[in-house]
Each structure stands twice: as structure tokens, then as C-alpha cells.
Design a protein around this ligand. Structure first.
Ligand SMILES: NC(=O)c1ccc[n+]([C@@H]2O[C@H](COP(=O)([O-])OP(=O)(O)OC[C@H]3O[C@@H](n4cnc5c(N)ncnc54)[C@H](OP(=O)(O)O)[C@@H]3O)[C@@H](O)[C@H]2O)c1
Length: 256
């Protein structure tokens, strides 16, 4: 029998984001989706090629033509050599389930798209998502219960390793639920500025310092003008009420 707080109850989760030197993930109009170098884009695909599933928030997949897929054949071959499915699962978090049915993520039908919604998503919204080809899972009332959702993804879909690619609101919910094991950041040589420009973790955040999630720097690499940083969860500085340890998985030893 599985223990409630066993180390394998959920996928190993890594957040991967590109940010400006001032910590922004897009400009204030939120229209900039890709500002990293070609190398950063390859890094994103290389990370996806280690994971069973890629996850993003509703605004990210609604506003940008992203398919959350594995990319070119060489990355798909890499996945297969590692014993992963050729195409990763795609997971979208959307409390209200209002994602345009013509979003790129639904147009590309190479792997299942799972939309995690709350009971705030109307029957019509769920029906529209199903008609667009999505699997819809209701997980919570006001907000998606991300702990329950990750447990379900592990149990129902066999997701052992998941890359979360933002945006800021989804990341914040993941950090607050203490579900992030690693953070991969590409620091790009730009300054966006602006209070309204989104950051790695927006949303509610920690109200006081003891509520902050602590990480340790695991690796840092400079390639031309970009910095590739990897942080891992520092469990020695976990908040007191933290219920479970990190999930078992296969964290990368260093950036490829
Ligand atoms: N630089 C990068 O690496 C990078 C990567 C990705 C995105 N971005 C940028 O980030 C921006 C988008 O970020 P964002 O913070 O505005 O939006 P987001 O996190 O992509 O999506 C927010 C939406 O996700 C849903 N959501 C998130 N957490 C939830 C929870 N716990 N329960 C229920 N629903 C939840 C809600 O959908 P409902 O409204 O349906 O409730 C919410 O409105 C864009 O500008 C994009 O360009 C940058």
C-alpha cells in the first residue's frame, strides 16, 4: 500500500523560465513570448525531452501560439532513447476553462491535452474544451488543487517528471503549494522594467519571509550573454508546516 506522504506520490517538478536581467518574463503588454537566444530555446526543448508532461497556465496558451510539444525529431528520438513516449503529455491549468478552442495547443494533436479546471468552469466551457479534443479534469472549487492534480497525473497518466513553463500566476500557485523541486532560469541580457510586467512568480506570493520557498544554487553556466541557472529545493530550510518531501524523479545533474 502506498503511504500518503511517500516520496513518489507526485511527479518531480521543474519550473523552466527565461527572464530579463530585472526578473521579468514578458514586457508590460505581456505580448513578448520569446526573447531568449536559439540556445535558450534548445535548452527548453532539451528539458522537455526529459519529462513525461509539460504544463502551462491558461493565459500563456491562450495568448501565444505554443503547442507545448517536444519539437523536432532529434528531441523526439532523445525521448525515445530515454524510454519516454515520443510526444509528451500537455497539461493546462485553467480555473474557468476559457481557452480559445482554436489555440495552437489544440490544433496540434500529437499527444493528449489535459485541462485542469475548477467547478467554476461552466458545463459549456468544459464541453467546448472536450470538443477541441481536450481531456477535462475538475480539481477543486475556487482554485485548481495542484497537489491533488499532480497526484492524479502520476496515478492516472504515469507522469513521473513534469516541466512547468509558467506563466507567473501558475508558477506562484506551484511554489505556494510547495510542489517545485527545481527551478531552471535563463537570465537574458535585457531590462524590461515596469510594475505591470509579469515575473517568474506573480499571483499571491509569500506574505512574509518565512513563507518563502528556499532553493540552493545547483549549477550556473554562462553562454555568451546568457546565464543558465539551476536551483534545487533546499529542504533544510523548508517552512515548518511543509507536509511532504520532494517526489522521486530523475533530476538533471547539470545543464545540457
Ligand atoms: N519568459 C518565459 O519563459 C515565459 C513562459 C511562459 C509565459 N510567459 C509569459 O507569462 C505571461 C502569462 O503569465 P500569467 O501569469 O499572466 O498567466 P498564466 O500563469 O499563464 O495563466 C494564468 C491563468 O492560469 C490559470 N491558473 C493558474 N493557476 C491556477 C490555479 N491554481 N487554479 C486555477 N487556475 C489557475 C487561471 O486561469 P483562469 O483564468 O481560467 O482561471 C489564470 O488566469 C505572458 O505574458 C507570457 O508571455 C513567459
Amino acid at each position: 500500500m502506498k503511504r500518503k506522504n511517500s516520496r513518489v506520490w507526485r511527479p518531480f517538478v521543474l519550473v523552466n523560465m527565461a527572464m530579463s536581467a530585472d526578473g521579468k518574463i514578458a514586457t508590460a503588454n505581456r505580448a513578448v513570448s520569446s526573447f531568449g537566444s536559439r540556445r535558450d530555446h534548445d535548452h527548453l526543448l532539451a528539458l522537455r525531452a526529459t519529462a513525461d508532461a509539460v504544463m502551462a497556465g491558461a493565459r500563456t496558451v491562450s495568448a501565444h501560439p505554443v503547442d507545448l510539444g517536444p519539437g523536432p525529431a532529434r528531441f523526439r528520438r532523445l525521448r525515445q532513447r530515454r524510454g519516454l513516449a515520443e510526444y509528451n503529455l500537455r497539461v493546462i491549468v485553467s480555473g474557468r476553462g476559457r481557452i480559445p478552442p482554436d489555440a495552437r495547443v489544440f490544433q496540434r494533436r500529437f499527444s493528449p491535452v489535459i485541462v485542469l479546471v475548477t467547478s467554476r468552469a461552466t458545463r459549456a466551457a468544459r464541453q467546448r474544451l472536450r470538443a477541441a479534443g481536450a481531456h477535462v479534469k475538475v480539481c477543486g472549487r475556487d482554485a485548481v488543487n495542484l497537489r491533488a492534480a499532480l497526484r492524479w497525473l502520476r496515478e492516472r497518466w504515469g507522469v513521473k517528471r513534469l516541466v512547468c513553463e509558467g506563466g507567473g500566476e501558475l508558477n506562484d500557485a506551484m511554489f505556494r503549494a510547495d510542489l517545485v523541486d527545481e527551478v531552471h532560469l535563463t537570465v537574458c541580457p535585457l531590462v524590461f522594467g515596469g510594475r505591470a510586467a509579469p515575473t517568474i512568480a506573480d499571483g499571491v506570493g509569500a506574505r512574509v519571509l518565512p513563507g518563502a520557498r528556499a532553493f540552493r544554487l545547483k549549477s550556473a553556466r554562462r553562454v555568451e550573454n546568457e546565464l543558465f541557472l539551476v536551483y534545487e529545493r533546499d529542504l533544510t530550510r523548508a517552512p515548518r508546516r511543509r507536509p511532504a518531501g520532494p517526489a522521486q524523479g530523475t533530476p538533471l545533474k547539470r545543464i545540457r
